[in-house]
Ligand binder design. Structure first.
Ligand SMILES: C[S@@+](CC[C@H](N)C(=O)[O-])C[C@H]1O[C@@H](n2cnc3c(N)ncnc32)[C@H](O)[C@@H]1O
Length: 307
């Protein structure tokens, strides 16, 4: 029935039918001499029925549109539910990953504090500073390899922990940390003083200057701050910050490789940063006598040693 109404009830069809009705009713009235009132009443029935038919048709159209709208609403709701489930799954995964990572870092910090007792407040780790898992690895290197000279590119929390390790394990060595920023360098010096390890670790102010290497120009620590260093057993590359220039840490190996001891270990932090991965690849290409191991730490680090 609905299909029939939709198919046949149109304004044009109804107009034709009403016109025919009017003409028929008028003809009938005149032919039968039925009088004006019954004829007009019969004629009026035509537009009324026509209007009714158009109203029914309009309501059917409206009902069909409402039906379509309901379908679309359901489909939209399904999509929203799917996207929400997807987001919830991703957020849950991220939270679990973060909880696991936080536990690992707390465990590492607890480990450091237990092995290396400090007599003053400790600096923050993670973020700009080295993460506790990397600090554990560096301290472990210091304990096992007993370096005579540790050189750090970028001073901070790591300088203190390395110095505490030197003191605790009575290692006959020293740490030289380079810092391009005199304010941060000064803070590290204060930290070392508070922990009474300034005899073991020195922070050198080393403003960045221009170096030309393999046809490219880099900004790196001023030559006067490191040119006297020889026999470096442990080189920790954690600066300058990436914001100071492209492949900011690349010059470390080209400029200091001649000052490394034959058994030296170099550690490059922040391999989660693509720029740092490029630095590592370029080092390995330029120094094939070095092999590297990638450590799955919070910010990832590479340990390089001569093969
Ligand atoms: C990656 S940080 C070195 C971190 C250091 N090895 C440690 O474990 O704390 C490299 C350089 O960034 C600078 N720096 C440190 N903290 C910073 C901060 N919160 N904002 C901007 N620069 C910072 C210092 O000059 C530092 O030498």
């Amino acid at each position: 029935m609905r299909r029939l109404i939709r198919q046949f009830v149109r304004v044009e069809t109804v107009a034709v039918l009403v016109t025919a009705w009017l003409a028929g009713a008028l003809g009938l009235g005149l032919a039968t001499g039925g009088g004006a009132v019954p004829t007009v009443a019969l004629m009026a029935l035509g537009p009324l029925l026509g209007g009714l038919l158009l109203l029914i048709r309009h309501n059917l159209d409206l009902a069909s549109r409402i039906g379509n709208l309901a379908g679309e609403t359901n489909r939209t709701l399904d999509t929203v539910r799917r996207v929400r489930a997807d987001i919830e799954e991703k957020v849950e995964k991220e939270i679990k990953k973060e909880i696991k990572q936080t536990f690992r870092q707390l465990e590492a910090l607890q480990n450091l504090s237990a092995v290396l007792p400090a007599n003053d407040l400790l600096p923050a780790t993670r973020g700009w500073a080295a993460s506790p898992d990397l600090l554990v690895m560096l301290v472990d290197l210091v304990i096992s390899e007993r370096p005579s000279l540790v050189v750090e590119c970028g001073s901070g929390a790591s300088t203190l922990w390395l110095a505490l390790a030197m003191r605790q394990f009575e290692i006959d060595g020293r740490i030289i940390a380079l810092d391009h920023d005199p304010v941060f360098g000064g803070k590290t010096r204060d930290l070392l003083a508070r922990h009474d390890v300034r005899d073991l670790a020195e922070v050198r102010d080393a403003p960045l200057e221009s170096f030309s290497l393999d046809g490219e120009t880099y900004s790196w620590y001023a030559r006067r701050a490191w040119e006297d260093l020889t026999g470096i057993d442990l080189l920790f590359v954690d600066g300058p910050p990436a914001t100071t220039g492209h492949q900011a840490r690349y010059p470390a190996l080209p400029l200091l490789s001649g000052s490394l001891s034959p058994v030296a270990t170099a550690v490059l932090d922040d391999l989660i940063v693509p720029d740092m991965q490029k630095v590592l690849r370029r080092w390995l290409d330029a120094y094939p006598d070095f092999g590297s191991e990638i450590l799955p730490l919070e910010k990832q680090a590479a340990v390089l040693r001569r093969r």
